[in-house]
Design a protein around this ligand. Structure first.
Ligand code: NDP
Length: 424
C-alpha cells in the first residue's frame, strides 16, 4: 500500500485544535464522552440481559450486576482481532487508490473484505456445527466481552495517540488528541489499522454477534422467530453491501477526514459490534408478535432505505472516480469549485446534501420496529443514530464551507435541504 502526497501534508493532524473549531466541546466534552459512552454500553447490556429490555434506575443494585472483564473474554477478543488481521494479510485482494485525504495524501488500500467476510461466516458455521461456539455461550460471555473490549479500546487509543507524535503536552491538547486522534490513517507495514478495525473487526463482528444471538434464540425456544429473521436478514444485507462496495468506504468522512483516536477506536471495538446488535440481543429473550402485513411493511421500509442509501453513496463515488457516468439517465450536473474539484448537484445530491443519511435512518428504523413497541431500548440504535447523523451533517457542512468557501455557498443555495428532501 503506497502513499502519494498530492499537496504538502498538513501538520493539522497533530494539532487539530489550532485550525478547526474543537469538536464535541473540546477536552471537557471529550472527557465526558469517554466516561459516559462506555457507561452507556454497560447500562444497555444490563437492561437487555438482566431486565428484558426495561429501563432501570442506575443504582447500586445495577452496579452490582455489571459484568467483569475475564481472561477468556480477552482470549476471544484477541483471537477475533488476530483472525481478522490474518485474513487481511493472507487473503488475495485488489489495490485501490483512495481520494486525497485531509493531510493532502492519496493512499492505496488493499481490499479483500468480501472474501474475509465469507471466510469468517464459513468459520462461524463450522464452529457452530462443531460445537466450538454456540449462541447460549456467546450470550453468557457477552458482558465480559463488552467490558474487556471497552478496556482494550482505552489501551489501544494510547498507541494510536503515540502514532501522530503530538508536539503539545498541555493537558487539554493531550486529552483532546487522545480522544480525536493524532494520526489520520496509522499503518503497520501494509496494514491500515483504521480500515482493518472499521471494516473487518467491527462490521463482521456485528454480523457474527447477530447470528450468534439468533442461534441463542434457537437454542432457547427451538426456533428462530420472524422478528429475529428480519433483524438478522436486514443487518446481513447491510454488512454484505458494505463489503461488496468496499471501495466506497474510501470516499467517506471517517477514512478521509477523521483522525484515529479513542472516538473511533471505541466505535469500532465496542459501539458498532455491541450496540448495533442490540436488537438481536433483545430478541433472544423477547417475543414481539409481528403480523404478516407489518413484516411486509418493514421489509419495504428497509429496502427503500437501502436503495436511497446505496444509490446516493454510489452516485457520489462514481461521480468522483468515473466522471463520465450518467446519473438517473442524464449527464451529471455539478458546481466547479475554485479548488479544481466538482460538487455533484444531480440525482440524490440535487434533492438534499446528505440523502445518504436519510436511507441509513430508514433502515435503522426498520431494524428497531421489528422488535415491537414494548421497550425503548431496542430503539436505542435509531434514537442515537438520528442525532448523530444530524450532528455529522452539520460538522461536514462546516468542513465543506471552510474547504470550498463561496462554492459551497452556491451549492447550499442550489440544494437547500440537509438530509430529508423538501423537509429538513
Ligand atoms: P459522505 O459520504 O456523504 O461524505 C461527505 C463528504 O463528501 C464531504 O466531506 C465532501 O468531501 C464530499 N461531498 C459532500 N457533498 C458533495 C457533493 N455534492 N459532491 C461531491 N462531494 C461531496 O459522508 P459520511 O462519510 O458521513 O457517510 C457515508 C455513509 O456512511 C452514509 O451513507 C452514512 O449514512 C453512513 N454512515 C454510517 C454510520 C453508522 O454508524 N452506521 C456512521 C456514519 C456514516 P470532499 O470535500 O473531500 O469531497
Amino acid at each position: 500500500m503506497s502513499e502519494i502526497a498530492v499537496t504538502a501534508p498538513s501538520t493539522s493532524d497533530a494539532q487539530p485544535a489550532e485550525q478547526e473549531k474543537l469538536a464535541f466541546g473540546g477536552p471537557v466534552g471529550a472527557l465526558v464522552m469517554m466516561t459516559l459512552l462506555p457507561a452507556l454500553t454497560l447500562y444497555l447490556w444490563a437492561s437487555v440481559h438482566r431486565h428484558g429490555g426495561a429501563l432501570v434506575l442506575p443504582n447500586a443494585a445495577l452496579l452490582a450486576e455489571l459484568p467483569r472483564p475475564s481472561l477468556s473474554a480477552l482470549g476471544w477478543l484477541v483471537g477475533w482481532c488476530g483472525f481478522q488481521l490474518l485474513l487481511d494479510v493472507v487473503l488475495p485482494g485488489r489495490d485501490y487508490v483512495g481520494l486525497v485525504q485531509k493531510d493532502g495524501v492519496r493512499r492505496t488500500y488493499r481490499l479483500n473484505g468480501l472474501a474475509s467476510l465469507l471466510v469468517t461466516l464459513a468459520a462461524l458455521a463450522g464452529s457452530i456445527a462443531g460445537g466450538v461456539v454456540h449462541g447460549a455461550a456467546a450470550v453468557e460471555q457477552l458482558g465480559s466481552l463488552l467490558i474487556t473490549s471497552i478496556l482494550a479500546s482505552y489501551l489501544f487509543s494510547v498507541l494510536l495517540y503515540l502514532f501522530g507524535k503530538p508536539a503539545s503536552t498541555r493537558a487539554g491538547d493531550v486529552i483532546y488528541g487522545y480522544f480525536m486522534g493524532t494520526a489520520l490513517n496509522p499503518r503497520v507495514g501494509r496494514v491500515d489499522l483504521k480500515m482493518l478495525m472499521e471494516s473487518k473487526v467491527a462490521m463482521s463482528g456485528w454480523l457474527v454477534l447477530a447470528i450468534l444471538m439468533a442461534h441463542a434464540e434457537y437454542e432457547r425456544t427451538g426456533a428462530v422467530s420472524l422478528p429475529m429473521m428480519l433483524v438478522v436478514g436486514f443487518q446481513a444485507l447491510y454488512t454484505f453491501d458494505f463489503f461488496w462496495f468496499e471501495e466506497a468506504m474510501l470516499s467517506t468522512w471517517d477514512i478521509n477526514n477523521e483522525n484515529y483516536g479513542f472516538m473511533l477506536a471505541f466505535a469500532f471495538l465496542v459501539w458498532m459490534p455491541f450496540s448495533f446488535s442490540l436488537q438481536s440481543q433483545y430478541l433472544v429473550y423477547a417475543d414481539p408478535q409481528l403480523s404478516g402485513a407489518a413484516a411486509l411493511a418493514l421489509i419495504l421500509l428497509n429496502l427503500a432505505g437501502y436503495y436511497i442509501f446505496r444509490s446516493s453513496n454510489l452516485q457520489k463515488h462514481r461521480f468522483k472516480t468515473q466522471p463520465g457516468s450518467k446519473i438517473w439517465g442524464r449527464e451529471p450536473e455539478f458546481i466547479q469549485t475554485a479548488r479544481g474539484t466538482k460538487l455533484l448537484a444531480s440525482g440524490w445530491w440535487s434533492l438534499a446534501r446528505h440523502s445518504n443519511y436519510l436511507g441509513d435512518l430508514m433502515m435503522a428504523l426498520a431494524w428497531c420496529l421489528a422488535c415491537g413497541l414494548t421497550h425503548l431500548v431496542p430503539f436505542f440504535y435509531f434514537l442515537y443514530f438520528a442525532p448523530l447523523l444530524v450532528d455529522r451533517e452539520r460538522r461536514d457542512d462546516q468542513h465543506c464551507a471552510r474547504k470550498y468557501g463561496a462554492d459551497w455557498d452556491r451549492y447550499r443555495e442550489r440544494v437547500p435541504y440537509r438530509i430529508v428532501p423538501f423537509i429538513y
